[in-house]
Design a protein around this ligand. Structure first.
Ligand code: R5P
Length: 271
């Protein structure tokens, strides 16, 4: 057994449920001040509800209390901004930095079917080689190029490649017949949320993904751009860890939203 690797993975995947709610807040690394993340203080109340954050080193250094108990997985790829060729990424954060920050994993994107497909996949191989020396789990993110379809054929291809190159877990997008993607990928898959959806749709997608065999989420915009981020992350947790249905989780989200509105009213009355 690789103790370090397993120990780090158990900080990401809750040992009781075998699943994870990762809160993705790395968007600024190519998008700049993304809606909902303009002020990173907004995510602080959500951190205790996450099993793991997906973050850049800049966010860890500047915005997160080092005494936090929540694990984090460090995005280590980057380079282009949203104005450039997105697939032109390289590894920009060292393994030494990941260890120094006490990351429980490192993550990078691969761009299957895009311009720099081969380089991003080789970079993943190199990252896995290095991570292996330190027992550091690697998350491969299957970025979907603008011209790529989100279907089992394409997503299945990208996830399988990520696992074959050696990633310990994979983040990808949900698609119809997602169980086929899961069947073809020998390592755990977590789903990204993608663009903001109405809350019930995002919760239904989460339920569908979990039922199809996903081991959790690494969700960003559908949580931090919700009108109740706290209610939404609790609702997602209920599906991922407790097997709640989307309808049950939606009730939780609505309660969270109501509580937040009442608390805001109470604050206004005091002013
Ligand atoms: C891309 O910006 C990052 O890899 C995100 O972490 C990933 O897309 C998940 O975030 P969202 O749920 O907003 O798609």
């Amino acid at each position: 057994m690789d103790f370090g690797l397993e120990n780090r993975l158990s900080r990401i995947f809750n040992p009781r449920s075998g699943r994870t709610v990762m809160l993705a807040v790395d968007h600024g690394y190519f998008q700049g001040p993304t809606t909902g993340l303009r002020d990173m203080k907004n995510i602080i109340p959500l951190i205790p509800q996450a099993d793991c954050l997906f973050v850049t080193r800049g966010t860890m250094r500047n915005s997160i209390d080092p005494r936090t108990n929540t694990a984090f997985c460090l995005r280590v790829s980057g380079g282009p901004s949203i104005l450039g060729e997105l697939s032109n990424e390289d590894i920009i954060t060292s393994m030494e930095e990941a260890i120094r920050l006490n990351a429980s994993g490192v993550g990078m994107s691969i761009f299957v079917g895009a311009k720099n497909e081969d380089r991003t996949i080789s970079n993943l191989g190199r990252l896995v080689n290095e991570a292996q020396r330190y027992g550091m789990p690697v998350l491969a993110i299957t970025a979907v190029g603008r011209e790529m379809g989100r279907d089992t054929r394409y997503i299945g291809l990208a996830c399988r490649i990520a696992a074959e190159i050696g990633a310990q877990f994979v983040k990808t997008y949900y698609c119809d017949d997602f169980h086929k993607v899961v069947e073809g990928c020998p390592v755990p898959i977590v789903i990204a949320g993608g663009k903001k959806l109405p809350e019930m749709e995002a919760l239904q997608m989460t339920e569908n993904a979990i039922r199809a065999g996903a081991r959790g989420v690494d969700m960003g915009r559908n949580i931090f751009q919700s009108d109740s981020p706290a209610g939404m992350i609790k609702a997602v947790r209920a599906i991922v860890h407790k097997g709640a249905t989307a309808a049950e989780a939606f009730d939780m989200y609505q309660k969270g939203r109501k509580q937040a509105a009442e608390a805001a009213d109470a604050r206004m009355e005091k002013v």
